[in-house]
Design a protein around this ligand. Structure first.
Ligand code: FMN
Length: 189
């Protein structure tokens, strides 16, 4: 299996990054290929709404550091998206990536059955880390997943949400989160 891990926190040792690392290291141990992109290190724009991907091109025409990431995601069996909650939302880094996946959509995606140009069978792991308790921000993944479902992006989705996390490394001390991360990795195999 090919796994592409999109790390959306600016903190390289952040909780979302570390939880993603548990999933990917479990998958690597079983011989799968993992490519990680630390989005904060890449120089890229959000979607420019140029609509080139709905006419003259089948892929995004913006040539910046995200171009190879968008190509790698096309080839991947599993996509991981890891993000902190900022102002009740995903990080700007991950949001800009998701905006650019507009380029995967076919010109007729609003009305036609075939909505995107991605190979079928992809799985999503979504990792969300937040300072607030679990009563808050359950809507974040639900909102994005509603789009992913409508667009038939993924065959399977797995959510790992870590709450009341702020300090670096805190997630690694939470047995419930570490166990859930390993369980998700096993389910993907
Ligand atoms: C700019 C900023 C905005 C934040 N906004 C929220 C928020 O709205 N709700 C929340 O629960 N935590 C918020 N936090 C806390 C982070 O979500 C929390 O520390 C998270 O675990 C960080 O993830 P990371 O360790 O992967 O970077 C915010 C932190 C920062 C720096």
């Amino acid at each position: 299996m090919k796994i592409v891990s999109l790390l959306g926190s600016p903190r390289k040792k952040g909780n979302s990054t570390q939880l993603a690392g548990i999933v990917t290291s479990t998958l690597k141990e079983k011989g799968n290929s993992v490519t990680e992109y630390f989005l904060n290190e890449l120089v890229f724009k959000g979607c420019q709404a140029c609509m080139a991907c709905k006419g003259k091109s089948e892929s995004c025409v913006v040539k910046d550091d995200l171009a190879p990431v968008l190509e790698a995601v096309k080839e991947a069996d599993v996509i991981m998206m890891a993000t902190p909650v900022y102002w009740g939302e995903i990080s700007a880094q991950l949001k800009s990536f998701i905006d650019r996946t507009y380029s995967y959509l076919t010109p007729g995606f609003m009305t036609e059955e075939i909505k995107h140009r991605l190979p079928k069978g992809k799985k999503l792991v979504f990792i969300q880390s937040q300072g607030a308790p679990q009563e808050l921000y359950a809507d974040v993944f639900e909102r994005y997943n509603a789009f992913f479902k409508m667009l038939n992006y993924f065959d399977e989705t797995h959510l790992l949400r870590g709450c009341e996390l702020n300090e670096l490394g805190q997630a690694m001390k939470r047995d419930d989160l570490v166990t859930r991360a390993k369980e998700i990795a096993e389910k993907l195999l």
